[in-house]
Design a protein around this ligand. Structure first.
Ligand code: ATR
Length: 290
């Protein structure tokens, strides 16, 4: 049972909708395990109230908060400072508040990288990486991979123009690495599959239990790692298919835990108990998947 005092530090998450967020579950578990006098709450904030909510949180002296859909982009202009990676991505998912100054970070980006290293033992430097998608999730993955010196990045998207724009934007910023764009509607990308060291699904395909059929894994070489940013109450068909084929694969639940651990570190200046957030999420999956 949590107990509160006059010193209790408040943290939380803002979004719309917010009722399904798993962050309160895992953040409060980590707070309790660390014996901190703190709590983490969900705040339902519709877009029209974003400005008032942010100023309210500042006025109340909140310790920090996470930001989820649909506010990750709109929040930037309301903060006092934004970390370099979050600026590049154009999205903030974690805000640290010190003396009522709000500073934005993107722990989806750092969490993705840590999940790749810890769950798949994958080190991006010098590697070939194929990403499906060209939306917000793709930007976070792209910055993480470019920052860690991935060599070839192949963006495959249904609307090729979006992938093309993204490739062009980041190619200008990272001129020594190669970023190229492909269309899902043209089979040319299939020729890349045997050369990929890592395949990442950044699209929303899988959220409703559908498989990422555009990725025929029988074409990939042994040892290719597979990362699906999607998670749901059961493992995604894409991850299941990769594992059946003997590939090492992880899904978005690992990334959710990793981004939460990175936010915890930013707020509390200490590491969350190792594996605790991931265990919370796996327990949630066990109890909700029937
Ligand atoms: P997010 O912020 O989660 O990345 P987003 O910016 O809306 O969300 O991007 C969704 C991505 O999933 C896009 O790359 C989208 O492809 P398009 O740009 O061509 O729309 C991709 N996506 C969504 N549904 C898809 C589907 N059925 N098949 C292939 N790609 C899909």
């Amino acid at each position: 049972m949590m107990s509160f005092s006059g010193q209790t530090r408040i943290y939380g998450i803002i979004g719309d909708p917010i009722g399904h967020s798993l962050s309160p579950l895992m953040q409060n578990a980590a707070i309790a395990a660390a014996g901190l006098d703190a709590c983490y709450l969900p705040f339902h904030v519709p877009g029209a109230h974003l400005g008032a909510a942010v100023e309210g949180l500042r006025a109340l002296g909140i310790g920090g908060f996470n930001v989820t859909l649909p506010h990750k982009q709109q929040i930037l202009s309301r903060l006092d400072g934004v970390d370099e990676n979050a600026t590049l991505i154009g999205a903030v998912n974690t805000v640290v508040c010190r003396e009522r100054c709000l500073h934005g970070y993107n722990t989806d980006c750092s969490g993705f990288l840590r999940a790749l290293r810890e769950d798949l033992q994958f080190e991006p430097a010098g590697r070939n990486i194929l990403l499906f998608g060209a939306g917000g999730a793709c930007r976070a993955a792209l910055v993480a991979l470019l920052r860690s010196q991935a060599q070839n990045l192949w963006l495959v998207n249904r609307q090729q123009e979006k992938a093309h724009m993204l490739a062009q934007e980041f190619q200008g910023l990272f001129p020594t690495q190669q970023i190229s764009a492909y269309s899902l509607n043209d089979t040319a990308y299939l020729q890349l599959l045997p050369h990929a060291d890592l395949i990442v699904n950044t699209t929303s395909v899988g959220l409703r239990g559908e498989d990422l059929e555009c990725c025929p894994l029988e074409r990939v070489k042994a040892g290719t790692a597979v990362y699906d940013m999607v998670y749901s109450v059961v493992e995604t068909p894409f991850v299941c298919r990769a594992r059946r084929q003997g590939l090492s694969a992880a899904d978005g639940l690992n990334m959710l835990a990793a981004q939460g651990e990175d936010a915890f570190f930013l707020w509390h200046a200490m590491l969350a108990e190792k594996g605790l957030m991931k265990n919370c999420l796996q327990e949630w999956r066990r109890t909700h998947s029937h």
